[in-house]
Design a protein around this ligand. Structure first.
Ligand code: P53
Length: 489
């Protein structure tokens, strides 16, 4: 096995999906707090009251709030992110379990609205800072290096409502204030940072799943992204100024795209899909400027971006130190009509006859991970980290409390082999943090029953559960993998 000495084995989570304590110690709400639970067949909804005070809901992906409506928590709805798995009150117990598995690193995110409840305050909430300092100190106790995502889909709700979210340039300065606080307050405790989780989702999810988005939707998405690129670049600069030890990365939702046929039109469409969905963001964040194809993408949807001279300078000066990404699946691109679609959530494309699919319709494709790693390393020559990967599955608790999850072990075994191959082939891969190392709320469907963890949490979709933690079979297996630095899989 080719994993280097000091390879960062660990696990990954996000604040809004695990912390719970959504309104505790001065935390303000985020969009996820007005988002209901869904399932593979039914979407999550965002809830609101309209201008006449009548309750209503819109689909979380692609829904548009009616004129004059306000986001609201409704009485007869369930909001899984409100409780998460209550990491807020269980972090010591959870970190002890991570340490038992031998984690070298732990990926987590900071809830923006825990530090700045509305997002536009001048001073942070001391209780929020105290919580994260306690978590980082606890990790240090076990020599676990925190890997901190600054923004993981959870812009404070107030900024969404009063400023219109990221399509408003003002968000850049609020984010800047937030990151300055993070870098200053947690200096010496945290060295690895990611500026925006799966930044490319904003444009990738526009038309990946069947429908065609409007030009206006593209305009907003590209302007939103531009503001996040500038915010990210400024964060990199600020982070380096505050502590030259800081290693700051981008985070891309890594999907490997394949053409369905050898029709040159499919090959070209596939290349263009990589450009829009994957390279567009990585190129700006790694190379400091838009790719040559960006003009074509904007033209296709009549997009006119507002880009200032200062923006161009910031992008150039704020390139990331490392490239990180999530990897769950590959997807098929074609210009041809297809009979059989995959179904499931986030996977409406053509079915790949060479692959099998998870219960949520996600293609299981370890070779796609090797492909992605090799392709991206060759493009940027920056250290890479796979900061999410894993199998969302139904787990069964046996009468004696044990949980047998050989399917998860098998999944990871194949993906670890895929990483090993890429390293053998020259890729500088420095870390691996499987997603939801402890069960948590799914981002896509809001479910608890879509479980990823080595650690099981007794929490269910109807809101019941004791929050008790227990080890699945994969827990001991992963412990062995880490202890042998990836040799004993
Ligand atoms: P869930 C879609 C496709 C690939 C990754 O996803 C995605 C999504 C959005 O759901 O998100 C990442 O929970 C994301 C995590 C998320 C994880 O993948 O839908 O960074 O927050 O939980 C897994 O199964």
């Amino acid at each position: 096995m080719a994993f280097k000495e000091g390879f960062l084995w660990g696990g990954a989570t996000a604040a809004n999906q695990c912390e719970g304590a959504w309104n505790v110690d001065g935390r303000g709400p985020a969009l996820t707090d007005v988002t209901t639970g869904g399932s593979v067949n039914s979407p999550r909804y965002v809830t609101f009251v309209d201008k006449d005070g009548k309750p209503g809901k819109i689909p979380a992906h692609g829904g548009v709030l009616p004129e004059g409506a306000k986001y609201a928590v409704l009485e007869d709805e369930l909001y899984p992110n409100h409780d998460g798995i209550d990491f807020y009150h269980h972090y010591k117990e959870d970190i002890a379990l991570f340490a038992e598995m031998g984690f070298k690193t732990f990926r987590m995110s900071i809830s923006w609205s825990r530090l700045y409840p509305n997002g536009d305050e001048l001073e942070p909430n001391p209780k929020g800072i105290e919580f994260y300092r306690n978590v980082f100190t606890e990790l240090k106790k076990y020599n676990i290096e925190p890997l901190v995502t600054i923004w993981h889909f959870d812009t404070p709700l107030y900024l969404e409502e009063h400023y219109g979210g990221w399509k408003n340039r003002e968000l850049i300065s609020f984010y800047e204030r937030f990151v300055k606080t993070c870098f200053t307050e947690f200096k010496g405790l945290v060295k690895y940072w990611l500026t925006f989780n799966e930044i490319n989702n904003t444009v990738m999810f526009l038309d990946l799943f069947g429908g065609k988005a409007s030009d206006e939707a593209y305009q907003n998405a590209y302007q939103h992204l531009h503001h996040q690129f500038v915010a990210s670049a400024r964060a990199v600069k600020i982070g380096h100024e505050i502590d030259s030890e800081n290693q700051i990365g981008c985070m891309i939702c890594g999907i490997t795209f394949y053409p369905l046929t050898s029709d040159p039109k499919d090959i070209l469409a596939n290349r263009h899909t990589w450009e829009q969905n994957i390279f567009y963001c990585g190129d700006v964040q790694c190379k400091g400027e838009y790719g040559s194809y960006a003009k074509r993408l904007w033209k296709e949807h009549n997009v006119n971006l507002e880009i200032t001279e200062q923006d161009v300078k910031d992008l150039k000066e704020g390139t990331v130190d490392i490239y990180t990404f999530s990897y769950y699946m590959s997807t098929i691109v074609t210009t041809h009509k297809v009979d059989e679609k995959v179904g499931g959530n986030f996977s409406a494309g053509a079915k790949n006859p060479y692959l099998t699919y998870s219960d949520w319709g996600w293609a299981l494709d370890p070779d796609g991970l090797t492909y992605y790693l090799e392709m991206i390393y060759d493009r940027y020559h920056k250290p890479l980290m796979v900061v999410e990967n894993g199998l969302g599955a139904f787990d069964k608790v046996e009468e004696d409390g044990s949980i047998h999850d050989p399917y998860r072990i098998e999944y990871f075994r194949e993906h670890i082999k895929a990483m090993d191959t890429a390293i053998e082939n020259g890729v500088d891969l420095i870390g691996f943090t499987p997603w939801g190392c402890i069960d948590l709320v799914s981002a896509g469907t809001g479910e608890m029953r879509k479980r990823y963890g080595f650690i099981y949490v007794d929490k269910h979709d109807d809101g019941t559960g004791t929050m008790k933690r227990s080890k699945k079979d994969s827990f001991e297996w992963y412990k062995k993998v880490i202890a042998s630095n990836g040799k004993d899989i």
